[in-house]
Design a protein around this ligand. Structure first.
Ligand code: ACO
Length: 441
């Protein structure tokens, strides 16, 4: 198959057959061949198992330039947003397309703040989990269970209903993540406080106990706010794609979010931040870095260096650059500047970036590489890193869900396959069958 493109169409040649297919132009970035008539015009489908070369929707939320390392939310560069905005301003921006006015921000803050409590009945669901359950497993279960509380009266085609569901998710997610942490610690759940900002309230629910006052350091609040902002959205990543895929069936949005949380948990996606800390702990001392790099480069070993490489960025992830700077500030402010893990991480990065294997494959630190060190400085155990990422990404998931629900091109998502199984054959009676090794197990 070959394709040539002029301004408006692309010519696709398949053997002797050819077709002129429309070319779609984005506001920034490369054009896309519209393949929706491919089968009709050529008798072929397109094959791309991980969808790395296929656009699956139009979106106006986030733009990533993989080669230049640029990330824009609704057109605004990520570093400018982190410098000047709060996480709730970013939530409004992602959901509504423009930065809020002071009045809009005040109204939105009020709405989010007044949705932070969860139904008291939900407490019983936590008690059904083992105390040592991974908090991401608990989050999948509890967020999915929200569908049981908000289903019958929910009309996903009513914009007002979608708005309330979006607010509920953004508001309740910190409460749900903090409850998962408290449950694992054997401590009482801490109720949200309406007089605190989003990040400060989250820290309060994570770290306060009923017997004494709790005041998080300003540096911790600032660091968490920055982490939430850089992780808020990243266009069609695996968890957002899960949200859209499940959402395309018109499923309940809380159930869609549980699917997105499950996708985020994987070590190749959001679970990598936990992996980074495990890797650093495993390395222990600088002299052992080459040994881990050898393992990561070994083609016969599925091990990968967590926090390195990205399906889209083939240059330094701009979020990792931002967090690298923040790392110093936070550790300094929290009196942890001498954290040996930071020195180890910097040395690992230096050695990896000089290694032929990493250079050839354009493997740079991603957002998860430095976020783990910041999470640790905030006092979170590794198992809580991905739940905090889930809190941050919820607004991205719901922004995409809302966009999808109003897009006239949205259809049930249903990919094709390249069938490689047997051709049609006759059934053999059970007494005449020969044993074959099972495919599973
Ligand atoms: N360590 C060692 N080798 C790696 C790594 C890594 N971290 N990442 C990629 N490679 C190698 C692959 O083995 C492959 O080598 P080959 O060409 O010799 O076969 C080559 O680099 C390309 O890798 P792919 O898997 O094809 O790249 P892809 O873009 O599909 O993968 C991914 C991206 C999954 C993120 C990968 O880089 C990875 O596994 N990284 C570690 C996990 C991680 O940090 N994930 C977080 C991503 S950011 C996020 O989701 C928030």
């Amino acid at each position: 198959m070959s394709a040539t493109a002029n301004l408006l169409t692309a010519r696709i040649e398949v053997g002797d057959e050819g077709a002129e297919l429309p070319l779609l132009r984005p506001t920034i970035g490369p054009a896309m061949v519209d393949l929706r008539r491919l089968y009709q015009d050529t008798g072929c489908y397109a094959y791309d198992p991980a969808l790395h070369e296929i656009g699956v929707c139009r979106s106006g939320i986030t733009f990533v330039d993989a080669d230049e390392g640029i990330l824009l939310y609704r057109g605004y560069p990520i570093d400018a947003l982190v410098e000047s905005c709060s996480y709730l301003e970013i939530c409004w921006l992602l959901l509504n397309g423009e930065l809020p006015t002071a009045a809009q921000l005040a109204g939105f803050t009020h709405d989010i703040t007044h949705h932070t409590m969860v139904n008291e009945q939900l407490h019983a669901i936590y008690r059904g989990f083992r105390r040592d359950a991974h908090p991401m497993a608990v989050m999948c279960g509890v967020v999915g269970a929200l569908a049981a509380f908000y289903h019958d009266g929910l009309d996903i085609f009513d914009p007002r209903h979608r708005l309330i569901a979006s607010h509920r998710l953004v508001a309740k997610m910190p409460t749900i993540a903090a409850m998962a942490y408290k449950y694992a610690q054997g401590q009482p759940f801490i109720y949200p406080r309406n007089d605190l900002g989003y990040a400060e309230n989250f820290l309060h629910m994570l770290f306060a106990v009923p017997c004494e006052p709790y005041h998080p350091p300003a540096a911790a609040v600032r660091a968490l706010d920055a982490l939430l902002i850089v992780q808020a959205d990243h266009e069609q990543n695996a968890s957002t794609s899960a949200m859209r895929q499940v959402g395309s069936t018109r499923a309940n949005p809380y159930a869609c979010t549980a699917a997105a949380i499950a996708a985020l948990w994987g070590p190749l996606h959001g679970g990598a931040n936990e992996g980074v800390l495990q890797t650093l702990a495993e390395i222990g001392t600088i002299d052992r870095i080459p040994e881990v790099l050898r393992r990561a480069k070994d083609k016969n070993n599925p091990y990968r260096l967590s926090g390195f490489g990205h399906p889209v960025y083939k240059s330094y992830d701009p979020r990792a650059k931002l967090l690298r700077r923040r790392c110093y500030e936070v550790l300094e402010a929290l009196g942890q500047r001498d954290d040996p893990l930071l020195e180890l991480a910097m040395e690992l990065e230096r050695i990896a970036l000089e290694d032929e294997y990493f250079i050839e494959r354009k493997l740079y630190p991603n957002v998860d590489f430095y976020s783990g060190i910041i999470f640790r400085a905030l006092g979170l155990p590794p198992a809580m890193f991905t739940p905090v990422f889930a809190v941050a990404r919820t607004v991205g998931w719901v922004a995409h869900w809302n966009e999808m629900m109003t897009d006239p091109e949205t259809r049930l998502s249903r990919p094709r396959q390249l069938y490689c199984g047997p051709t049609e054959r006759d059934l053999v009676p059970v007494t005449e069958r020969v044993a074959h090794p099972p495919l599973v197990g």
